[in-house]
Design a protein around this ligand. Sequence first.
Ligand code: CAA
Length: 277
Amino acid sequence: MAEAVTGGSGLRFEMDGEIATVTLNRPEKRNAQTFATWSALARIGEDLPEQVRVVVVRGEGPSFSSGLDLGMFAPEPEPPAQHPEPAQHRGTERVPGTDSFAAAAARGDAELRRLIAEAQRGFLWLRRPDIVSIAAVQGHAIGAGFQLALACDLRIVADDVMFCMKEPALGLVPDLTGTKPLVDIVGVPRAIEICLTARVVGAAEALRLGLAELAVPPDELGRAVRDLTAALLAVDREAATATKRLLQGAPQRTLEEQAAAERAEQAARIRSLFAGS
Ligand code: CAA
C-alpha cells in the first residue's frame, strides 16, 4: 500500500490498488480542519491516480471531525517573526490569509470568495462520476465534518455518530458544499430544522432520513466499509461510471430527458461491449 502524508494538512493519503483512503489525521484535535486541510484535499482530487475507483474518507480517533479549527475565530495573529505560533496551528501548514477569519476578512471581497472557492474545491471532486466516495463516520461530525461526510456519495456510520451543522450557531453558513446534498437527501424543511437548531442527528435518525446508508457498531465500521468497497469494485467500471452519471443527472431532468439520457448511455455501452462481436 502506497502512503503519503500530505505535509502539515492533517491528512494522510493511502492507495491500495483501486482504493484510495483519505484519513483526517489530527485525532488529538478531533480532526479539526483548516484551509491547509482543504487545499490538500483539493490536490489529492487533482492528482488522484486514474486507477482509483473507490475513495474512502475516514477520521482517526474517536471523532470523524470536529469541523473547522476553532483557532480561526481567534483575533488576527501577529506576524510569526515577533510572536510564537498559536498552539492550535502547531503541526499544520499555513495558507496565506487563512490563519483566522479576521485575517480573511481583511482581504477584499473577491479574494475572500476565492479563498472559499479554493476550500470548496477540496470537497467537490468527491462527486466525480468515475469514482464512488464513501465517508466512514464515527463520533462527532460537526460543521465542516458533517459537510465532508455529505460531500461523499455514501455514508457508513458507527452507532455513536453525531452529525451537527453548527455553522449558523456560530454566525456562519455551511459553505463547504454541504447544503445541496443535505437538501437533496432530507428536503428543505428538515434541512432548515437541522441547520438552524444546530442539533445532533444520531445514527438511527441518520438512517431514517437517508443521511446514512448503513449504521454498525463502532468496531465494525472498517469491515462494513471494506465489504461495501468490495461490492462496488465487483461491478464493471465503465457501466458504474455511466450509471452514476445517469443517476446524478436524474433530479435535474424531466422523465423524457432522463429516458433520452438512458438511451445515450446505453447505446454507448452496447457499442463498446458488442460492436464487431
Ligand atoms: N478546533 C480546534 N481544536 C479542537 C476542535 C476544533 N474544532 N475540536 C476539538 N478540539 C481540541 C480541543 O480543544 C482539545 O484540545 P486540547 O486537548 O489541547 O485541550 C482536543 O481537541 C480534544 O477536544 P475535547 O477535549 O473537547 O474532546 P471531546 O471528545 O470531549 O469533545 C467535541 C469533542 C464535541 C468535538 C468538542 O471538542 C467540540 O465541541 N469541539 C468544537 C466543535 C465546533 O464547534 N466546531 C466548529 C464547527 S463549525 C464549522 O465547521 C464551520 C465551517 O465549516 C465554516
